[in-house]
Design a binder for this molecule. Structure first.
Ligand code: GRG
Length: 298
């Protein structure tokens, strides 16, 4: 890690401390099945960088909200993210055995329990938002609507469907970016927007600038993910676990070449940070997160 990532690493650690306690409490609430609850805990609290909660807390700070107001939305974003990883790892999807250096949920438990844990994490996300003590009814409804849009068929789930349908097809760069904007970008954008919505009177101008920041950052996240895959695999087309030629997916380096992908990453970082020009020093954690996303090593 370079000097440019250290402010973000400190911020990510701060966010982890702040939200992991809340996540554990949310999962702890009486469950009719100990095994299901254990699978939920395993899938959420066993590692992960907490990029989405950090973006949510950082956006709240950028618009002058108290951090307390952003804790429930930040947890809801991490829960949706965790559910998506559990389901993505299933045999019917990516069929991965390892996640965050440990057996995936369906290996550690069983397939049916992993499906249920993912379902339960998803609904818990919306419960936390509906019950968020620091937010008004209007804010809760707006956030629930935004999160549902970003994670459902208009967002992440839709992107995953495009991804599955495109296996073996030669996507062009526009089609690749459309897929990523939905599959991973929508939740990253929602992370920033939910943070901004903690300020009751947030202006359309600020919301739009923050959406532009997040939209460029969501793509940058994916370019860096593809570049990290190459370092891990030394293959331009491939995937991390359960590699299977028939499942080869298009990537930025495959379409643009290594230099082209790095150039695209630089342009997206610049675009992302430029969107914050109208925001002051309070947006420093968002700027640090942008640097981190493009230089992270895992
Ligand atoms: C199955 C409904 C459903 C959706 C799946 C987002 C997604 C759609 C699948 C994730 C698969 C994947 C590995 C995509 C690459 C980008 C990505 C989301 C990586 C993991 O995110 P990080 O790096 O993970 O933030 P950590 O472990 O740090 O939380």
């Amino acid at each position: 890690m370079t000097d440019s990532t250290s402010p973000a690493l400190a911020y990510l650690e701060h966010c982890r401390t702040r939200i992991d306690h809340e996540l554990a409490q949310g999962i702890q609430q009486a469950s009719v099945s100990d095994r299901l609850q254990e699978a939920m805990r395993y899938s959420v609290l066993g590692g992960g960088k907490r990029i989405r909660p950090a973006l949510c807390l950082a956006a709240a700070r950028a618009v002058g909200s108290l951090e307390d107001a952003a804790v429930a939305p930040a947890c809801s974003l991490e829960l949706i993210h965790a559910y998506s990883l559990v389901h993505d790892d299933l045999p019917a999807m990516d069929d991965d055995d390892l996640r965050r250096g440990r057996p995936t949920a369906h290996i550690a438990f069983d397939e049916a329990t992993a499906i249920l844990a993912g379902d339960a994490l998803q609904t818990l996300a919306f419960t936390l938002l509906a019950d968020a003590p620091q937010l008004s009814d209007t804010q809760r409804v707006s956030m629930i609507a935004e999160l549902a849009r970003a994670s459902g068929h208009q967002g992440m789930v839709g992107g995953q469907a495009i991804d599955l349908e495109s296996v073996g097809l030669a996507l062009n760069i526009e089609q690749l970016e459309t897929m990523h904007r939905h599959k991973t970008g929508a939740l990253i954008e929602a992370s920033v927007r939910l943070g901004a919505l903690t300020a009751p009177g947030v202006s359309e101008q600020h919301l739009s600038a923050l959406s532009d920041y997040a939209s460029a950052l969501g793509l940058a996240f994916q370019v860096q993910d593809d570049l990290l895959d190459i370092e891990g695999d030394t293959e331009i087309i491939g995937k991390r676990q359960g590699s299977d030629a028939a499942k080869a997916k298009p990537t930025y380096p495959a379409l643009l070449g290594l230099d082209g992908a790095r150039e695209r990453l630089g342009a997206l970082l610049q675009q992302s940070k430029q969107a914050l020009d109208g925001l002051g020093e309070e947006a420093a954690p968002l700027r640090a997160m942008a640097d981190y996303v493009v230089s992270r090593n895992h």
